[in-house]
Design a protein around this ligand. Structure first.
Ligand code: PLP
Length: 235
């Protein structure tokens, strides 16, 4: 077995165990293999090991890689979204994880209509209030939710967060709880279903699952180390 296939197997086992611990069905968590910075060959290898869902965070990097890969793969855009890239992103990525302002949401909805598409989106929340990260402040999201729900072209799946880096796996738990509780409040206040929680990366996806993650975005634990970490930051 290649390293990638072996890593995938290990992560699937860990996802299953985390689901067991929290009394959830293993089908309730989707593993997104984050392939940013890794070549198409690595993606092909993961696909051969049965992984069909991938995440990328830069259009200019992802586009050429995607060209030669099987069309059955499903692509999630997990990076920060620039307005001038939306028109190119939408046909390639049916899932966008980082809608981080009303302005971007509105614009994405307009372009989606022009293209005849209904993108599935997550609203990014800046749970840690970090200046370096994008996302709605929790109170801002509550204030804008009504307007967001009127954007008929966006299929809002739920919320997404990249919590502040912490010393260990457990330190992210409080942020995951915060995102879930915000989701629960919004569902109640606005009478909508927001089933998706996109949270958890290589270092903390098990904890995220215990706290309700439906989509975990795992890169280095599958493909190995990288030069840049999240949102294009060096680390
Ligand atoms: C890179 C990235 C990940 C994956 O991070 P790993 O620590 O390699 O698992 C997840 N989410 C986002 C938004 C990223 O940019």
């Amino acid at each position: 077995m290649s390293d990638i296939a072996a890593n995938l197997q290990k992560i699937r086992d860990q996802i299953e165990r985390a689901c067991e611990i929290s009394g959830r069905s293993p089908n309730s968590v989707q593993l997104i293999a984050v392939s940013k910075t890794f070549p198409a060959e690595a993606i092909r290898e993961a696909a051969e090991a049965g992984q069909l869902v991938f995440g990328e965070s830069k259009l200019q990097e992802a586009e050429p890689k995607m060209e030669g890969l099987p069309s059955k793969l499903q692509w999630h855009f997990i990076g920060r979204i620039q307005r001038n890239k939306v028109r190119k992103l939408l046909p390639l990525f049916p899932f966008l994880h980082a809608i981080d302002s009303f302005r971007l949401a509105e614009y994405t909805s307009v372009i989606a209509e022009e293209l005849g598409l209904f993108p599935q989106v997550f609203l990014q929340v800046n749970v840690g209030g970090e200046l370096s990260k994008g996302g709605f402040e929790p109170t801002e999201l509550e204030a804008e939710m009504e307007k967001l729900l009127l954007l008929k072209r966006l299929e809002i799946q739920g919320l997404m967060a990249i919590p502040p880096a912490g010393p260990d796996e457990e330190s992210a738990r409080k942020w995951f709880i915060e995102l879930r509780e915000l989701r629960d409040r919004m569902e109640e206040k606005f009478g909508v279903k927001l089933p998706g929680l996109s949270m958890g990366m290589s270092a903390d996806f098990r904890i995220a699952i215990e706290e309700g993650a439906t989509h975990v975005r795992v890169g280095s634990a599958i493909f190995g180390g990288r030069r840049y970490r999240v949102d294009g930051e060096l680390g």
